[in-house]
Design a protein around this ligand. Structure first.
Ligand code: TLP
Length: 364
């Protein structure tokens, strides 16, 4: 059978031998650029983006603004930088940022909301990572001068560590409307918002319309090697551009990266359903394996998290045994594993991953 690399026209022998042997389900961040992206990168027209003169970045920012129905967009090196710039624009030092307790901005962004924006998180636990206005409302601080004030509400769609869960659009809209009535801006960590849109069968513009700002990643399910965008009003993006520079994110001739990003944004959303079907396939197979606990019906997108305590192994040992069988996956905590499907893992790869897990169970 032709491998994915071969079918995408990549010279796998010389460039990427690992792809053939290993099923890498650690994250959708591990994808490598397609042959078409590599060609576009080689041929990209570039200029100095700090002067606003990189035509490829300008095209990407314009396209992103159009796709999200916004006035403007800003290309940033990473999702983390995009989120943290948005938090900085929306808040003042001494304020609180409401988010779900497993949120990426709170757990995986190096406490930058404290270090850069001078804020603290006000995390809220929520089933499947999906907040409701009823829960958010309880944590909005009363307007009393001697207590810290809420500065921002931040949602994550899809919610990564909750297992790629999707916000029902009405729930997100209600939070945005009510937060706005309370005078609060709402940011969306939409690292995987195209996965959410694919699961809901709606355009990203429709499911994000009420947010004040949205960050989305090109370098996850969309397969670009580097890059994220922040979208919002012209005024918001003007401030964001200054903070991007402050963080060292003025990338000069980064049109070589934006060229791959354009292909990611134009062509790759259409294939995310394949990743979702593969994740569901994996989930259904795993649910049948003794000692593994997961509800396959909850797997809506490309991420699955499952409990392995019934196997008697911790996640470090489980990952090690998977790696021995050429399957890579990470634990979230001692009992919980996360698998993420993406364009470099096909159905045959998922079958091999399932066989590896069955193999582990037969031997322990
Ligand atoms: N997520 C990574 C890890 O950092 C956990 C992954 O492998 O899933 N928001 C969300 C919801 C994310 O999942 C991530 C990355 C980011 C932001 C940050 O993006 P980058 O890695 O580009 O800074």
């Amino acid at each position: 059978m032709k491998s994915r690399a071969a079918s995408r026209g990549v010279a796998e022998k010389s460039e990427e031998p690992r792809r053939v042997a290993t099923v890498d389900l650690r994250s959708d961040t591990v994808t490598r650029p397609t042959a078409e992206m590599r060609r576009a990168m080689a041929e990209a027209e570039v200029g100095d983006d700090v002067y606003g003169e990189d035509p490829t970045i300008n095209r990407l920012e314009q396209l992103a603004a159009e796709v999200f129905g916004r006035e403007a967009a800003l290309f940033v090196p990473s999702g983390t930088m995009g989120n943290q710039i948005a938090i900085k624009v929306h808040t003042r030092p001494g304020q609180e940022v409401i988010c779900e307790e497993r949120a990426h901005i709170f757990n995986y962004e190096m406490a930058t909301l404290a270090a850069f924006s001078g804020c603290i998180a006000r995390p809220i636990p929520a089933a499947d990572g999906i907040l409701s206005w009823a829960e958010v409302k309880k944590r909005v601080r009363p307007k009393i001068y001697y207590i810290s004030q809420t500065g921002l509400v931040s949602l994550e769609n899809t919610h990564n560590m909750a297992g790629g869960t999707v916000y029902p659009t009405e729930v997100a809209n209600e939070i945005c409307d009510a937060a706005h009535d309370a005078g609060l801006p709402v940011h969306l960590d939409g690292a995987r918002v195209f996965n959410a849109a694919a699961a809901l069968g709606k355009p990203v513009a429709e499911i994000t319309r009420k947010f004040d700002s949205v960050m989305f990643c090109l370098s996850k399910g969309l397969g670009a090697p580097v890059g994220s965008l922040v979208v919002g009003s012209r005024g918001f993006i003007e401030q964001a551009r200054a903070y991007r520079k402050a963080l060292g994110g003025g990338m000069r001739q980064a049109g070589v990266l934006a060229a791959a990003g354009l292909i990611a944004l134009e062509k790759m959303p259409a294939r995310l359903r394949d990743d979702h079907a593969n994740a569901r396939f994996l989930a259904e197979g795993l649910a049948e394996i003794r000692g593994i606990r997961l509800d396959a019906s909850k797997v809506q997108t490309n991420i699955l998290v499952f409990d392995i305590s019934g196997t008697g192994l911790n996640s470090a040992e489980f990952s090690r045994r998977l790696a021995e069988r050429n399957v890579l996956a990470n634990g979230i905590d001692a009992q919980t594993m996360r698998l993420v499907t993406h364009m470099d893992v096909d159905r045959a790869g998922c079958e091999r991953a399932l066989a590896a897990v069955r193999g582990i169970r037969e031997n322990n």
